[in-house]
Ligand binder design. Structure first.
Ligand code: DC
Length: 226
């Protein structure tokens, strides 16, 4: 008896590697839906901050992660109950907060099944840090996107500036390195390339090139007719 696995494209990599933008574009080209798992950790950080739960309190954070009323709508917006928190979860504080809360095993445990359930219908692009290694290790397509620290910080800085944020490049670079360090050294499900992932360094590529390349990889790895 063979088990039919859902068609999933896992895209992992460090902060600022361009995952969100290219994952979204790839999902659109393939007619897949996008699952942004970073948004889930961000929603835990936001819920905890609002409830006065310390980012160091793993046990209570696990409860926050289990109980939050999170959903994604058709447009990929993120909701907590009846509030659209898509913008509120994207601040630099919530980036650091998400990285901090995500290091607690109780939080990761609480979110593992949720992520698997959200991806179970397949035909989705799932982006995160541990998708190819832990959440969906059987994904038929795994990509590990990277770029140099400076390039990633520059992209993140430009994004924040475009939103009107008052940040400096140095601060952005420092935050990003701190987050990379935390994400890749945590004990549970650290950021790391799966053995069978295709590595892609996007430092010298523009977005269109990355998306084209991902589409070729995805289409050649899976049959997209069904
Ligand atoms: O992709 P992002 O920047 O929105 O993710 C925010 C944080 O959430 C990231 O610094 C680490 C954590 N995260 C994680 O631990 N595992 C994932 N699959 C996705 C995100």
């Amino acid at each position: 008896m063979s088990t039919v696995r859902p068609v999933v494209i896992a895209i992992d990599g460090p902060a600022g590697a361009g995952k969100s933008t290219v994952a979204k574009a790839l999902a659109q080209r393939l007619g897949f839906f996008l699952l942004d798992t970073g948004a889930i950790y961000r929603a835990v950080a936001l819920s905890a901050a609002r409830a006065g739960v310390a980012f160091s309190d793993g046990a209570r954070l696990g409860g926050v992660a289990r109980e939050m009323a999170l959903r994604f709508d058709e447009a990929g917006r993120v909701w907590l109950g009846d509030e659209d928190v898509s913008t509120a979860i994207r601040t630099p504080d919530m980036s650091q907060g998400a990285s901090t809360v995500s290091a607690h095993p109780a939080v990761r445990d609480a979110l593992l099944e949720l992520q698997r359930r959200l991806a179970e219908k397949g035909r989705c692009v799932v982006e995160g840090r541990d998708i190819g290694t832990v959440v969906l290790p059987w994904a038929p397509v795994k990509i590990f996107l990277t770029a140099s620290d400076e390039v990633r910080a520059r992209r993140r800085y430009d994004e924040l500036k475009a939103k009107g944020a008052d940040v400096s490049f140095e601060e952005t670079l420092r935050d990003l390195r701190e987050r990379d360090h935390r994400d890749s050294t945590r004990a549970v499900a650290p950021l790391k390339q799966a053995d069978d992932a295709v590595p892609m360094d996007t430092s010298d590529m523009n977005q269109a090139e990355v998306i084209d390349r991902l589409e070729v990889i995805a289409r050649s790895a899976i049959s997209l007719d069904g």
